[in-house]
Ligand binder design. Structure first.
Ligand SMILES: [Zn+2]
Length: 93
C-alpha cells in the first residue's frame, strides 16, 4: 500500500505544524503562527477526527447530488456542522 503524505495544519491558522524529523508519539509539534502545540499522538488523533468530518461531508454531498438527479432516491442531507478542530488534516478527494 502506498503511503500517503498528509499535512497536518493548525485548525485556526491553516498553516502546517512544525516538529522534528522522524518524530515519536510524544514529540511536540507546534503551529509556527500561533504557537498552539501538542504531542504528535494527540495531534494525530485530532487530525483523524477532522479527516472523518471531511469524509462524512464528502459522502453527504455525493448522496445529496445523486438524490437530486434521481427520481428513485431521496436523501436528506445529514451533514452536521463541522466542529472546530485544534488540528486538521487536509485530504484530497
Ligand atoms: Zn495556529
Amino acid at each position: 500500500m502506498a503511503t500517503q503524505e498528509v499535512t497536518i495544519k493548525c485548525g485556526s491558522c491553516k498553516v502546517p505544524v512544525e516538529g522534528p524529523a522522524n518524530p515519536q508519539d510524544n514529540d511536540r509539534f507546534a503551529c509556527p503562527r500561533c504557537g498552539r502545540n501538542d504531542t504528535l499522538e494527540n495531534i494525530m488523533s485530532e487530525a483523524q477526527e477532522s479527516a472523518m468530518d471531511q469524509v462524512e461531508s464528502h459522502i453527504d454531498s455525493m448522496l445529496t447530488g445523486m438524490a437530486r438527479s434521481s427520481k428513485m432516491m431521496s436523501y436528506k442531507s445529514g451533514a452536521r456542522h463541522q466542529k472546530q478542530r485544534r488540528f486538521i488534516v487536509e485530504m484530497k478527494m
